[in-house]
Design a protein around this ligand. Structure first.
Ligand SMILES: C[S@@+](CC[C@H](N)C(=O)[O-])C[C@H]1O[C@@H](n2cnc3c(N)ncnc32)[C@H](O)[C@@H]1O
Length: 236
C-alpha cells in the first residue's frame, strides 16, 4: 500500500498501464499505485495473445484488466465492490476493450470456469480487525491481522481457476508473508516463487498503522518502507 509518491519514481515498466488519473473511479475505489505498476510490469513479460484468457481478481477500477486486454488477452474481471464494478465497466467500455466485468466474492461468480492466467492485486495490508472491511477504501487493502484474509483464499482457489500449465501472478507486501503464499500455493499444486520486488515508502495507511504493526512484531523499528513482491506460479 505504497504512497502515491512512489509513482513519481522511475517505474519498473517502461510502458505502464493507463495512468491512474485517466481512469474513472467512484469514491472509495482504489487508485492504481506502485503495486499495480509492479504487477503490470510482470504481466508485460508473459506474452499474452488474443487467445489468452485472463482472470483479473480484485479488479478495482479495472486498471490491470485493461492492461491485460491491451497486451492482447481476453479478460474477465471480478470485484466485490459495486462501485469498483461500475468504475471498471465504465473504463473498459470507454476503452472498447474485450473485458467482462463481474461483481462477486473472488471466484464465486465464475461457476468453475478455468483460465490461462490469473492476475490479482488483492487486499493484503495487516489490519487490527479480523472482519473483512465492507465499506470504502478499507475494503481495498485491509486483510486481517496477518494480511492474509484474501490471499489465503486466492491461494486455495487458484488451481481450480487455472487450466493445466496456467499462470498465476499476484502482488503483495512483505508484511503479509510472501513465503506463506509460496508454501500455500505449493500445497494447492502451483509451483511459485517471488519474481519481482520493489521497496516503496510507507503511504498514509501504513504510516498510521506502523505502531500497531511494530507491536505485532510485523515491522522492525528501523524500517520505514515496505517491499512489494510479485509471486509468479504455474499450475502443474
Ligand atoms: C488493492 S485493490 C486493487 C485494485 C486494482 N486491481 C488495482 O491494482 O488498481 C483490491 C480490490 O479488491 C477488491 N476486493 C476485496 N475483497 C474482495 C473479494 N472478496 N472478492 C473480490 N474483490 C475483492 C476491493 O474492492 C478492491 O477493489
Amino acid at each position: 500500500m505504497a504512497h502515491q509518491d512512489a509513482l513519481r519514481r522511475p517505474a519498473t515498466d517502461p510502458d505502464p498501464p493507463a495512468p491512474a488519473d485517466r481512469l474513472f473511479r467512484l469514491p472509495g475505489v482504489y487508485r492504481p499505485q506502485a503495486d499495480t505498476l509492479l504487477l503490470a510490469a510482470a504481466m508485460r513479460r508473459e506474452g499474452f495473445t488474443p487467445g489468452t484468457e485472463v482472470l483479473d481478481l480484485c479488479t478495482g477500477s479495472g486498471a490491470l484488466a485493461l492492461h491485460a486486454a491491451r497486451l492482447g488477452a481476453r479478460v474477465t474481471a471480478v470485484d466485490i465492490s459495486r462501485r469498483a464494478v461500475a468504475s471498471a465497466r465504465l473504463n473498459t467500455a470507454f476503452a472498447r476493450l474485450p473485458v467482462s466485468v463481474r461483481r462477486g466474492d473472488l471466484l464465486s461468480v465464475l461457476r468453475g470456469r478455468a483460465f490461462d492466467a490469473l492476475v490479482s492485486n488483492p487486499p493484503y495490508v495487516p489490519a487490527p480487525t479480523d472482519a473483512p472491511s465492507r465499506l470504502g477504501g478499507g475494503r481495498a487493502w485491509d486483510a486481517g491481522p496477518d494480511g492474509r484474509l484474501v490471499l489465503d483464499r486466492i491461494c486455495d482457489g487458484a488451481a481450480a481457476a487455472l487450466r493445466p500449465g496456467g499462470l498465476l501472478l499476484l502482488v503483495q507486501s512483505h508484511l503479509s508473508g510472501p513465503e506463506a503464499t509460496v508454501d500455500r500455493l505449493a500445497g494447492a499444486g502451483i509451483r511459485a516463487a517471488v519474481s519481482d520486488r520493489v521497496t516503496v515508502p510507507f503511504g498514509p495507511v501504513l504510516r498510521g498503522r506502523a505502531r500497531w504493526l511494530r507491536a505485532q512484531g510485523l515491522l522492525s523499528h528501523a524500517v520505514e518502507g515496505e517491499d512489494l513482491v510479485v509471486i509468479r506460479g504455474r499450475k502443474g
